[in-house]
Design a protein around this ligand. Structure first.
Ligand SMILES: Nc1ncnc2c1ncn2[C@@H]1O[C@H](COP(=O)(O)OP(=O)(O)OP(=O)(O)O)[C@@H](O)[C@H]1O
Ligand code: SF4
Ligand SMILES: [Mg+2]
Length: 350
């Protein structure tokens, strides 16, 4: 069992996403990608965000640092509160100051995060010097070399003069990790940070994230399909489906005491807590809904073996599940609903 470092009764909120709605206006219509997302992040925690491809993990957190091109993206509503400020209303200048220094992101696709026309050393040190006025070029370069070394790039003092296309996919991912970590941000969003990396480097990057949290109390959002990583690293889990959060809870609550049928489906391949091998989210029969025309009720209903009439008619509200940290948006939690419980036991057996 993982040792918890967070006492949630005392934990301080550092970021609050409230009723976020994001659409993409495409030539064939509006994709309602994020349909009212609420997520709170606490100082010093590692929050895992899981869910099938296309459920809105990346878009939710790219919204936090306003990385989405608009158009096609359009913020339709909600707030992203950071230190009392709604980031959706922040100016370009304010976002530049925050991005990279206070909140940074390791992008799922490293090529989108790197400028192909700039040497990687300059790319990393540029942000560092922008946020640390008075830091000399030599000091910045020294820090960049250390950081590149830390993320496992051999010969960093030579490689910092190279351009992104001179690096393999895995190496570019490491460069992105170095860029995100170099300013010791208060919030680090890591979007599938290790998918392109071999197991040893994956473990090194994960160790780095752990260290960062321990030393600087950094809050880390870890978007991943790997339940082994979630079990090993996370304090809390947010489960997303079709542009909404369907369940939130501490890691044991989601692994062993989940209340949402979608989570049950995902966790069918559940690893033991602290399992280090790769365990992917299970696939669930059926398809997620068309986000051009999201359903009026629960988006999971056509795939849910417990669906009731109400599920097709009304969106389920968020119900508490017995602790302050655990809640589920499912009609099964309604006092009038039939009693159904997670269909697998603590040890992961059916
Ligand atoms: N530029 C865009 N134009 C139109 N739709 C988009 C665009 N970017 C994202 N989407 C849609 O927004 C939804 C959420 O996408 P997002 O990238 O957040 O998914 P994800 O959960 O990160 O998936 P994955 O696990 O594959 O990374 C998807 O339905 C996707 O098709
Ligand atoms: S609200 Fe209904 S359809 Fe949706 S997950 Fe719960 S039981 Fe299934
Ligand atoms: Mg993604």
């Amino acid at each position: 069992m993982q040792l918890r470092t967070i006492d949630y009764s005392k934990a301080k909120e550092i970021l609050k996403i409230e009723d976020l709605r994001v659409s993409f206006n495409t030539y064939v219509g509006e994709v309602k990608a994020i349909r009212g997302v609420d997520i709170t992040l606490y100082e010093g925690e590692i929050l895992a965000v899981v869910g099938e491809s296309g459920c809105g993990k990346s878009v939710s957190f790219q919204s936090v640092i306003k990385l989405l091109d608009s158009p096609p993206a359009e913020y339709k509503g909600g707030k992203i509160l950071y230190q009392g400020k709604n980031l959706l209303e922040a100016s370009k200048k304010e976002m530049q100051d925050i991005r990279g220094s206070e909140i940074s992101m390791i992008m799922q696709d490293p090529m989108t995060a790197l400028d192909p026309t700039m040497q990687i050393g300059n790319q990393i040190s540029e942000g560092l010097r922008r946020h640390n006025k008075g830091m000399s070029k030599a000091e910045a370069e020294e820090r960049v070399v250390k950081m590149l070394e830390l993320v496992g790039i051999p010969d960093p003092d030579k490689r910092l003069k190279q351009y992104p296309h001179e690096f393999s996919g895995g190496m570019r991912q490491r460069v992105c990790a170095a860029m995100a970590l170099v300013s010791s941000p208060k919030i680090l969003i890591a979007d599938e940070p290790t998918t392109a990396l071999d197991v040893t480097i994956q473990a090194q990057i994960m160790d780095l994230l752990h260290d960062l949290r321990k030393k600087l109390n950094t809050a880390i959002v870890l978007i991943t399909h790997d339940l082994g990583v979630v079990a090993d690293m996370a304090d809390r889990i947010v489960v997303m489906y079709a542009g909404k959060v369907v369940e939130t809870g501490q890691v044991e609550e989601i692994f062993y005491d989940s209340w949402h049928p979608y989570t049950w489906g995902l966790m069918r391949s559940m690893p033991k807590l602290n399992e280090t091998s790769k365990v992917e989210l299970a696939t669930i029969n059926g398809m997620p809904p068309d986000l051009f025309m999201p359903p009026q009720g629960c988006a999971f209903a056509p795939r849910c073996e417990y669906a009731m009439k109400v599920c097709y008619e009304e969106q389920p509200p968020v119900f508490p599940c017995g602790s302050d940290s655990h809640c589920s948006a499912c009609w099964l939690m309604d006092p009038d609903a039939p009693k159904v419980k997670q269909p697998f036991k603590k040890d992961g057996e059916e």
